[in-house]
Design a protein around this ligand. Structure first.
Ligand code: PMP
Length: 467
């Protein structure tokens, strides 16, 4: 890392010169799968990182608002995380233990339960899953299918829950497949309230209320075509869907609708958890208590870890119902426990709320001068800026068409200015900010300055932009 203070990290070097990382990038393009993702839009070869600063092999430094797709609550290589990892390494503890009990796991579970809504902490169970969020989602669906004997699943437009839905369907073990109840294609898709692009054309509380009514009506309609559901799976703030916060009232309605019909409510907090949205868990804002919570990303303190926690009444599955070799990552549990304790002890969720609100306000100010910004939204430090085609005609609710090329240009221009941002949402047209909860005021200012300049440059380069 160069000697410049981390909080003022800025790009160094001339981007037109050949760089040390070029060979690595060239070999990556030759050897890695066509399915690679971030590597395409972010041609960075990280060699060092601290806090929210990443240094590339070419010596350029970036402010990282991707944070491992929302994983790094404390940024890169936070001292308490490194200390926790070193503690395990120096203790001689085994690194691989399947799902055996260890002091490290015991401490992680205690730290996690201390953060949970009390109804779950007091009467909850935890299942350690394979290390990715998607595996925990699979576990949650399997758990509720086993508990209810029902095969259907309620899920929402814009939802993202992972990539392994087909894994078990492709498995030959008939006993293991029984947990699917033949349910590979039994998802009922429900409307998620999306203010800017309201499916009912009205937005606001009324739009969310209509979405809730549609859900309740469909569930009660004997000819509605809904496969009896094992559970309702939702994100309190959709991340990959485009940073779309669910209104608190709508979440409470989903809680009532599911409770009244004996449908377990599964909340996927993989991305929203550990302070990111301004409360420790996103569900706390609305006060709802889910029957199952799916947790990953930040709970491993930058290392792979995924669990579900759930009401003990659901715990009817059999030993081995959701197994996996890598359910005992001791380093991740130690790093995760340290992260949970640090976020809680320093009330970083409150900090996320304060600084996130300030950033949202400033971005809304920016949007007032840039018609290509259709919407600015978020909760805490989960922020989205939806890029639109300002030259096109608005729909009858005032929304302009998505502008994916413009968003991609903003991402490139941001990178040139030393800022890493993520894209998501419909057509990849939402610029997403997921900075660490440790972001300083100065860093937040630098992020917004670079983003504003990137938007200006991208907009000016857009076809049809005024000369
Ligand atoms: N759920 C949500 C809400 C997510 O955002 C993600 C990943 N972005 C997942 C599940 C899947 O997690 P993973 O990529 O670790 O499988």
């Amino acid at each position: 890392m160069s000697s410049a203070p981390e909080h003022l990290a800025a790009p160094v070097g001339d981007r037109d010169e050949p760089t040390a990382g070029e060979g690595i990038l060239r070999r990556q393009a030759q050897r890695e799968s066509a399915a690679r993702t971030y590597a395409r839009s972010l041609p960075v070869v990280p060699v060092r990182a601290r806090g929210m600063t990443v240094e590339g092999a070419d010596g350029r430094r970036y402010l990282d608002c991707l944070s491992g797709a929302g994983t790094l609550a404390l940024g890169h290589n936070h001292p308490v995380v490194l200390e926790a990892i070193r503690g395990v390494l120096d203790s001689g503890a085994p690194l691989h233990v399947l799902d055996l009990a260890t002091p490290v796991k015991d401490a992680f579970t205690t730290a996690l339960f201390e953060t949970l809504p009390s109804a779950l902490a007091e009467h909850g169970r935890i299942q350690f899953c394979g290390p990715a969020g998607t595996d925990a989602v699979e576990a949650a669906i399997k758990l509720t299918r086993t508990a209810t004997g029902r095969g259907g699943l309620l899920a929402f437009s814009g939802a993202y829950h992972g990539m392994t839905a087909a894994a078990l369907a492709a498995t030959g073990d008939t006993a293991a497949r029984a947990a699917l109840h033949g349910a590979e294609a039994q998802v009922t898709r429900l409307p998620f309230p999306y203010d800017y692009r309201c499916p009912f054309g009205i937005g606001g509380e009324r739009g969310a209320e209509l979405a809730a009514r549609w859900t309740a009506h469909l569930l009660d309609d004997p000819k509605g075509g809904v496969q009896p559901p094992a559970g309702m799976l939702l994100e309190a703030v959709q991340g990959e869907g485009g940073v779309i916060p669910a209104p608190d009232g709508w979440l409470r309605r989903m809680r009532t609708i599911t409770a009244d019909r004996d449908i377990p409510l599964i909340v996927d907090e993989v991305q929203t958890g550990v302070g990111r949205t301004g409360t420790f868990w996103a569900v706390e804002r609305s006060g709802i208590v889910p029957d199952v919570m799916v947790l990953s990303k930040a709970i491993g303190g930058s290392l792979p870890l995924a669990v579900i926690v759930y009401r003990e009444e659901l715990d009817g599955w059999l030993p081995g119902a959701h197994a996996g070799t890598f359910r005992g990552n001791q380093l991740a549990m130690a790093a995760g426990a340290a992260t949970l304790r640090f976020v809680r002890g320093n009330a970083l969720h409150e900090r996320a709320e304060t600084i996130g609100s300030r950033m949202l306000g400033l971005l809304r100010g920016l949007a007032a001068h840039h018609p290509c910004i259709g919407d600015v939204r978020g909760r805490g430090l989960m922020i989205g800026v939806e890029m639109v085609d300002a030259g096109a005609e608005a729909d009858d609710h005032g929304a302009l068409p998505a502008a994916p090329h413009l968003a991609a240009r903003v991402q490139r221009e941001a990178l040139h200015r030393g800022l890493i941002v993520e894209l998501g949402g419909r057509y990849g047209s939402v610029v997403r900010l997921l900075p660490p909860l440790t972001i300083t005021d100065e860093q937040a200012e630098a992020v917004l300055e670079r983003l504003a300049a990137a938007i200006e440059a991208a907009d000016a380069a857009a076809p049809g932009a005024a000369a």
